[in-house]
Design a protein around this ligand. Structure first.
Ligand code: PGA
Length: 252
């Protein structure tokens, strides 16, 4: 189902105490708003997932991980599997974030296996795609995003893809304070939806949630979310303060 979603990607931030305070504050504010029409997803670091899912049980938000291993178990020191996430009631997992692609050399093939691993365990992948600045400047941004989707997501069958959420995150916009303009975001989101329509049909295309990420904050979310093909946001820096995050959640 095409849902409006605002997901907070906390990345590697916050002590346990600060994280617990932030989750509790967000839960309180969501409760004060009443039943949210939008789906709110918090993606804290692995070590805080249990704390977050405990609080989520009494609240209206969902919990996601920021990464996962493509194997279900075994000798992979330091890694976290879909089996583990599923057993902790984690509902989403960010897969293919540009920071994972860049710093941990995650390639198309690995990301396709991670997507499969998530789905094996009933975890909805939030699959990230997006071009680098030189790729946009040379007019290759559509091609880059198409390849990312074709190589790591479009191997799924209809049932698999219907569980996925796509996040378009132009790399030049992440953490830079320079967001894609609403027109640039809309253009790419419409392109992505068109690719889904060609491969899976227009029904599934119109039901897929496509989020925008990259310097999305309380000042620009309303205009971005007003675009017809922008179904919400994947929020980094601006998800670390409860007030700002809630202002984004209420920006539809
Ligand atoms: P940002 O990060 O909102 O801090 O730009 C977004 C993301 O990396 O998901």
């Amino acid at each position: 189902m095409r849902r409006k979603i605002v997901a907070g990607n906390w990345k590697m931030n916050k002590s346990f105490q600060d994280a617990e305070e932030l989750v509790a504050e967000i839960a309180d504010k969501l409760e004060a708003l009443g039943q949210a029409r939008e789906e709110v997803v918090l993606c804290p670091p692995f070590v805080y997932l249990e704390m977050a899912t405990d609080i989520a049980q009494e609240s209206v938000f969902s919990v996601g991980a920021q990464n996962m291993n493509d194997h279900d178990e075994g000798a992979f020191t330091g890694e976290v599997s879909g089996v583990m996430l599923e057993s902790m009631d984690v509902e989403y997992c960010i897969i293919g974030h540009s920071e994972r692609r860049k710093y941990y050399k995650e390639d198309h093939e690995l990301l396709a296996r991670k997507v499969d691993a998530a789905l094996r365990h009933g975890i909805r992948p939030i699959f990230c795609c997006g071009e680098l600045l030189p790729e946009r400047e040379s007019g290759k941004h559509f091609e880059v995003v198409r390849k990312q989707l074709e190589e790591s997501l479009f191997h799924l069958d209809t049932a698999g893809l219907s569980e996925a959420v796509i996040a378009y995150e132009p790399v030049w916009a992440i953490g830079t304070g320079v967001n894609a303009s609403p027109a640039e975001a809309q253009e790419m989101h419409a392109y992505i939806r068109g690719l889904i329509a060609v491969k899976y049909g227009s029904d599934l295309a119109s039901e897929t949630s496509i989020l925008y990420g990259g310097s999305c904050n309380a000042s620009n979310a309303r205009e971005l979310f007003a675009q017809p093909d922008v179904d919400g946001g994947l929020i980094g820096g601006a998800s670390l303060k409860a007030d700002e995050f809630i202002r984004i959640v209420t920006s539809f």
